[in-house]
Design a protein around this ligand. Structure first.
Ligand SMILES: Cc1cc2nc3c(=O)[nH]c(=O)nc-3n(C[C@H](O)[C@H](O)[C@H](O)COP(=O)(O)O)c2cc1C
Length: 353
């Protein structure tokens, strides 16, 4: 019999751990419907905030897929697994009422497929975010993701935020959670020396679940033009981000315990990657770039691949959470192997030994 894909995140039971993470491909009703139809348990709609500057950024966006030699790849919805996405994004241009109405309608529709369409607010002004969160709940939306960990906070002139101070994280999360009863998922930055402390701060603020972690900023100099790729600093991520996310999932589980609900994001490209995130301690995982650059089929394939993996391992999804994290040894626990390093250096290093 097929093993169960169900997972629980705080008060929510999800039919599977594969969540469609917010991005441009989830800015339209048809995009959101495609993600629901592809089998995601939650679809996080493209974010909104009140800032005109954030809307303005949508008309300045640009996107490049690059290979390991920093050469541009074609944008053909079939990228190699190891493609890196370097881009700058912006927020939806529709009015708040239109954005909310679309999510309410689609969330009602999605309920018939045991799926949730979540609203996502990106923090600019806190009072405005709290006001929008109240309206989201009043309109009947069942889930809010609250993102204050975008990569671009230092570049976007207040249009979005990258919150790194724990006190501030607790303050902004509790400002929202104290006003609404629907679950709030706090999406935090990975641009921190201690991501675990940001998870703790979000939980202290009343978050039902923490989504870790936002992408990094990068600069890719182009050898021919001698200019920056796409002319500026870019949000950057790839499959290479997965180990960094898994590290913080595992450290967080170790520090805060197995019961703090964590959602992984950043670096997942497939169903096997969802399994990797779960083994590191995630209760579910979001995929964004993989879907935006590979099409909605990626969600369906991820659910199928995860299901086959669980069948092969003869475990339910909920039973694999944290298995690798709980087997991490300290450096001191590892065996002594004198001279072992010699097998890893060029021969010249050893010539006068
Ligand atoms: C083009 C693009 C647009 C994005 N837009 C949003 C957004 O509107 N709201 C949000 O919370 N995250 C947004 N993100 C961040 C993603 O949801 C996700 O956190 C990040 O891309 C890392 O996950 P991934 O490796 O699965 O892409 C965006 C990312 C990209 C690449």
């Amino acid at each position: 019999m097929a093993r169960s894909l169900e997972t629980t995140l705080g008060s929510l039971r999800l039919k599977n751990p594969v969540i469609a993470g917010a991005g441009e491909h989830l800015m339209t009703a048809s995009g959101i419907r495609a993600a629901v139809d592809a089998g995601a348990s939650v679809v996080v709609a493209k974010s909104f905030n009140e800032s005109e500057a954030a809307r303005d950024q949508l008309d300045r966006t640009d996107y490049a897929l690059i290979d390991s030699n920093f050469q541009r790849l074609p944008w053909d919805f079939s990228p190699p697994r190891d493609a890196t996405l370097a881009c700058r994004s912006g927020l939806t241009r529709v009015s708040f009422d239109e954005w909310l109405e679309t999510i309410v309608t689609l969330d009602r529709e999605a309920a018939k497929s045991d799926c949730i369409v979540a609203a996502n607010i990106i923090l600019a002004d806190l009072d405005a975010a709290v006001d929008m969160a109240r309206k989201v709940e009043q309109a009947g939306v069942r889930l809010l993701e609250f993102n204050f960990g975008t990569p671009y906070g230092d570049e976007a002139g207040g249009a979005v935020s990258t919150e790194r101070a724990t006190d501030r994280v607790t303050e902004i999360v509790s400002a929202v959670t104290s006003q609404i009863d629907i679950p709030v998922w706090a999406k935090i930055t990975g641009q921190s020396e201690n991501v675990t402390s940001l998870v703790r701060a979000a939980q202290d603020g009343g978050a039902d679940c923490t989504v870790l972690m936002g992408r990094y900023m990068g600069l890719v100099p182009d050898l021919d033009t001698m200019a920056p790729l796409l002319d500026t600093y870019l949000g950057i991520g790839g499959a290479w981000s997965l180990p960094l996310t898994c590290y913080w999932l595992s450290r967080t589980r170790k520090t805060l315990g197995p019961d703090v609900p964590l959602i992984a994001i950043n670096g997942g490209r497939s169903g096997h990657d969802v399994a990797r995130f779960m083994l590191a301690g995630a209760h579910a995982a979001e995929l964004c770039t993989a879907v935006m650059t590979g099409g909605f089929r990626v969600i369906e394939d991820a659910v199928t691949e995860l299901s086959s993996y669980l069948d092969k391992q003869d475990r339910d999804a909920a039973q694999i959470i944290g298995l690798a994290a709980d087997r991490v040894k300290t450096f001191q626990e590892l065996p002594l192997r004198p001279g072992f390093w010699e097998g890893f250096v060029p021969p010249e290093t050893l010539s006068d030994l």
